[in-house]
Design a protein around this ligand. Sequence first.
Ligand code: IMP
Ligand code: MG
Length: 195
Amino acid sequence: MIELDAKGAGTLGHVQRDIDRILIDRGQIADRIVELAEEIRRDLDLLSEDVEIILVPVLTGSIIFLADLIRHLPHKIRIHVVTASSYAGKSTQSSGTPIIDHLPEHLENKHVLIVDDILDSGTTIRRIREEIERRGPRSTQACVLLRKTIPSAMETQCEYIGFDIPDEFVVGYGLDYDGYYRNLPDIGVPKKEAL
Ligand code: IMP
Ligand code: MG
Protein backbone atom coordinates (compact mmCIF):
# COMPACT_ATOMS: atom_id res chain seq x y z
CA MET A 1 0.00 0.00 0.00
CA ILE A 2 1.24 3.52 -0.79
CA GLU A 3 1.87 5.64 2.28
CA LEU A 4 0.27 8.89 1.23
CA ASP A 5 1.34 10.87 4.29
CA ALA A 6 5.00 10.23 3.77
CA LYS A 7 5.30 9.92 0.00
CA GLY A 8 2.26 11.89 -1.18
CA ALA A 9 3.10 15.03 0.74
CA GLY A 10 6.68 14.93 -0.47
CA THR A 11 5.67 14.51 -4.09
CA LEU A 12 3.02 17.22 -4.03
CA GLY A 13 5.64 19.44 -2.41
CA HIS A 14 7.07 20.13 -5.87
CA VAL A 15 3.86 21.90 -6.76
CA GLN A 16 3.32 23.52 -3.36
CA ARG A 17 6.82 24.97 -3.35
CA ASP A 18 5.86 27.31 -6.21
CA ILE A 19 2.78 28.67 -4.43
CA ASP A 20 3.03 32.05 -2.72
CA ARG A 21 -0.24 31.73 -0.77
CA ILE A 22 -3.42 29.72 -0.71
CA LEU A 23 -6.45 31.79 -1.64
CA ILE A 24 -9.16 29.14 -1.15
CA ASP A 25 -8.40 25.85 0.57
CA ARG A 26 -9.84 22.43 -0.26
CA GLY A 27 -12.28 22.54 2.68
CA GLN A 28 -13.75 25.85 1.58
CA ILE A 29 -14.04 24.54 -1.99
CA ALA A 30 -15.81 21.38 -0.86
CA ASP A 31 -18.27 23.31 1.33
CA ARG A 32 -19.11 25.79 -1.39
CA ILE A 33 -19.66 23.05 -3.97
CA VAL A 34 -22.30 21.50 -1.73
CA GLU A 35 -24.13 24.86 -1.63
CA LEU A 36 -23.71 25.45 -5.35
CA ALA A 37 -25.02 21.98 -6.18
CA GLU A 38 -28.01 22.63 -3.93
CA GLU A 39 -28.84 25.77 -5.97
CA ILE A 40 -28.46 23.85 -9.24
CA ARG A 41 -30.51 20.91 -7.91
CA ARG A 42 -33.40 23.17 -6.99
CA ASP A 43 -33.48 24.65 -10.50
CA LEU A 44 -33.08 21.28 -12.26
CA ASP A 45 -35.92 19.87 -10.16
CA LEU A 46 -38.23 22.41 -11.78
CA LEU A 47 -37.55 21.09 -15.29
CA SER A 48 -40.16 18.83 -16.83
CA GLU A 49 -39.33 15.13 -17.07
CA ASP A 50 -38.99 15.17 -20.87
CA VAL A 51 -36.09 17.65 -20.88
CA GLU A 52 -32.70 16.01 -21.00
CA ILE A 53 -29.92 17.60 -18.92
CA ILE A 54 -26.52 17.95 -20.59
CA LEU A 55 -23.51 19.22 -18.70
CA VAL A 56 -20.95 20.87 -20.98
CA PRO A 57 -17.62 21.10 -19.15
CA VAL A 58 -14.87 23.17 -20.74
CA LEU A 59 -11.59 21.24 -20.88
CA THR A 60 -9.20 21.14 -19.27
CA GLY A 61 -9.59 23.49 -16.32
CA SER A 62 -13.06 22.31 -15.25
CA ILE A 63 -12.31 18.61 -14.81
CA ILE A 64 -11.80 18.54 -11.04
CA PHE A 65 -14.64 20.95 -10.33
CA LEU A 66 -16.93 18.91 -12.60
CA ALA A 67 -15.98 15.64 -10.91
CA ASP A 68 -16.85 17.03 -7.49
CA LEU A 69 -19.96 18.90 -8.60
CA ILE A 70 -21.72 16.08 -10.45
CA ARG A 71 -21.49 13.80 -7.45
CA HIS A 72 -23.87 16.17 -5.67
CA LEU A 73 -26.39 16.15 -8.52
CA PRO A 74 -28.81 13.21 -8.37
CA HIS A 75 -30.43 13.88 -11.76
CA LYS A 76 -30.17 11.86 -14.90
CA ILE A 77 -27.47 13.80 -16.72
CA ARG A 78 -25.17 13.40 -19.69
CA ILE A 79 -21.75 15.00 -20.14
CA HIS A 80 -20.51 16.48 -23.39
CA VAL A 81 -17.04 18.00 -23.10
CA VAL A 82 -15.92 20.95 -25.20
CA THR A 83 -12.44 22.37 -25.56
CA ALA A 84 -11.43 26.01 -25.34
CA SER A 85 -7.98 27.48 -25.45
CA SER A 86 -7.61 31.13 -24.65
CA TYR A 87 -4.07 31.27 -23.24
CA ALA A 88 -1.18 30.90 -25.64
CA GLY A 89 1.37 28.71 -23.83
CA LYS A 90 3.30 30.41 -21.03
CA SER A 91 1.02 33.36 -20.45
CA THR A 92 -1.21 34.60 -17.65
CA GLN A 93 -3.31 36.76 -19.98
CA SER A 94 -6.33 35.61 -22.02
CA SER A 95 -5.59 35.84 -25.72
CA GLY A 96 -9.11 37.14 -26.31
CA THR A 97 -9.99 34.73 -29.10
CA PRO A 98 -10.58 31.28 -27.63
CA ILE A 99 -10.87 28.43 -30.07
CA ILE A 100 -13.93 26.36 -29.19
CA ASP A 101 -14.08 22.77 -30.36
CA HIS A 102 -16.12 19.56 -30.06
CA LEU A 103 -19.43 21.33 -29.65
CA PRO A 104 -22.50 19.06 -29.57
CA GLU A 105 -24.54 18.98 -32.78
CA HIS A 106 -28.13 18.55 -31.63
CA LEU A 107 -29.48 20.21 -28.53
CA GLU A 108 -33.20 20.47 -29.25
CA ASN A 109 -35.26 19.94 -26.09
CA LYS A 110 -32.16 19.76 -23.93
CA HIS A 111 -31.25 21.74 -20.85
CA VAL A 112 -27.59 22.71 -21.06
CA LEU A 113 -25.35 23.66 -18.15
CA ILE A 114 -21.91 24.92 -19.19
CA VAL A 115 -19.27 24.26 -16.49
CA ASP A 116 -15.95 26.10 -16.38
CA ASP A 117 -13.22 26.80 -13.86
CA ILE A 118 -13.02 30.59 -14.00
CA LEU A 119 -14.59 33.68 -15.54
CA ASP A 120 -11.91 36.17 -16.53
CA SER A 121 -12.49 38.19 -19.70
CA GLY A 122 -15.75 36.27 -20.11
CA THR A 123 -15.06 35.56 -23.77
CA THR A 124 -14.96 31.79 -23.36
CA ILE A 125 -18.33 31.51 -21.63
CA ARG A 126 -19.93 34.03 -23.99
CA ARG A 127 -18.65 32.23 -27.09
CA ILE A 128 -19.71 28.80 -25.87
CA ARG A 129 -23.14 30.07 -24.82
CA GLU A 130 -23.64 31.62 -28.29
CA GLU A 131 -22.68 28.40 -30.03
CA ILE A 132 -24.90 26.31 -27.75
CA GLU A 133 -27.87 28.64 -28.20
CA ARG A 134 -27.51 28.46 -31.98
CA ARG A 135 -28.19 24.72 -31.63
CA GLY A 136 -31.64 25.39 -30.19
CA PRO A 137 -31.66 23.94 -26.64
CA ARG A 138 -34.66 24.40 -24.35
CA SER A 139 -32.43 26.42 -21.99
CA THR A 140 -28.77 27.29 -21.38
CA GLN A 141 -27.07 28.15 -18.11
CA ALA A 142 -23.48 28.51 -17.00
CA CYS A 143 -21.65 27.62 -13.80
CA VAL A 144 -18.11 28.61 -12.83
CA LEU A 145 -16.13 27.90 -9.69
CA LEU A 146 -14.37 31.27 -9.72
CA ARG A 147 -15.09 34.74 -11.03
CA LYS A 148 -12.56 37.55 -11.05
CA THR A 149 -13.99 40.79 -9.71
CA ILE A 150 -13.29 42.75 -12.87
CA PRO A 151 -15.94 44.41 -15.09
CA SER A 152 -15.55 42.01 -18.04
CA ALA A 153 -16.26 39.00 -15.80
CA MET A 154 -18.96 40.64 -13.66
CA GLU A 155 -20.85 41.73 -16.79
CA THR A 156 -20.85 38.25 -18.33
CA GLN A 157 -24.07 36.31 -17.87
CA CYS A 158 -23.40 33.38 -15.55
CA GLU A 159 -26.08 31.77 -13.39
CA TYR A 160 -23.95 29.95 -10.79
CA ILE A 161 -20.74 31.27 -9.27
CA GLY A 162 -18.67 29.58 -6.57
CA PHE A 163 -16.37 32.37 -5.41
CA ASP A 164 -15.62 35.94 -6.41
CA ILE A 165 -11.85 36.47 -6.24
CA PRO A 166 -9.49 39.42 -6.72
CA ASP A 167 -7.93 39.99 -10.12
CA GLU A 168 -4.95 37.71 -9.58
CA PHE A 169 -3.63 34.77 -11.56
CA VAL A 170 -4.50 31.58 -9.67
CA VAL A 171 -3.70 27.89 -10.08
CA GLY A 172 -4.79 24.60 -8.55
CA TYR A 173 -7.96 22.53 -8.38
CA GLY A 174 -7.86 22.18 -12.18
CA LEU A 175 -6.51 25.61 -13.04
CA ASP A 176 -3.08 25.68 -14.66
CA TYR A 177 -0.12 27.74 -15.63
CA ASP A 178 1.47 26.38 -18.82
CA GLY A 179 -0.33 23.09 -18.15
CA TYR A 180 1.06 22.66 -14.61
CA TYR A 181 -0.37 22.94 -11.09
CA ARG A 182 -3.81 21.47 -11.89
CA ASN A 183 -3.13 18.80 -9.24
CA LEU A 184 -2.75 21.28 -6.38
CA PRO A 185 -5.79 20.44 -4.19
CA ASP A 186 -6.29 24.09 -3.14
CA ILE A 187 -6.49 27.30 -5.15
CA GLY A 188 -3.40 29.44 -4.77
CA VAL A 189 -1.42 32.32 -6.16
CA PRO A 190 1.86 31.17 -7.70
CA LYS A 191 5.15 32.87 -6.80
CA LYS A 192 6.27 35.45 -9.36
CA GLU A 193 9.45 33.47 -10.06
CA ALA A 194 7.38 30.36 -10.93
CA LEU A 195 5.72 32.16 -13.86
P1 IMP B 1 -11.89 34.09 -20.27
O1 IMP B 1 -12.34 33.69 -21.63
O2 IMP B 1 -10.93 35.26 -20.29
O3 IMP B 1 -13.04 34.31 -19.30
O4 IMP B 1 -10.95 32.97 -19.74
C1 IMP B 1 -11.38 31.83 -19.23
C2 IMP B 1 -10.32 30.78 -19.31
O5 IMP B 1 -8.99 31.30 -19.13
C3 IMP B 1 -10.58 29.83 -18.19
O6 IMP B 1 -11.33 28.75 -18.65
C4 IMP B 1 -9.19 29.42 -17.76
O7 IMP B 1 -8.81 28.28 -18.48
C5 IMP B 1 -8.29 30.55 -18.15
N1 IMP B 1 -7.98 31.44 -17.01
C6 IMP B 1 -8.44 32.67 -16.76
N2 IMP B 1 -7.95 33.17 -15.62
C7 IMP B 1 -7.12 32.22 -15.13
C8 IMP B 1 -6.30 32.15 -13.93
O8 IMP B 1 -6.22 33.05 -13.08
N3 IMP B 1 -5.60 31.00 -13.78
C9 IMP B 1 -5.63 29.97 -14.67
N4 IMP B 1 -6.40 30.00 -15.77
C10 IMP B 1 -7.13 31.12 -16.00
MG1 MG C 1 -10.32 26.96 -19.31
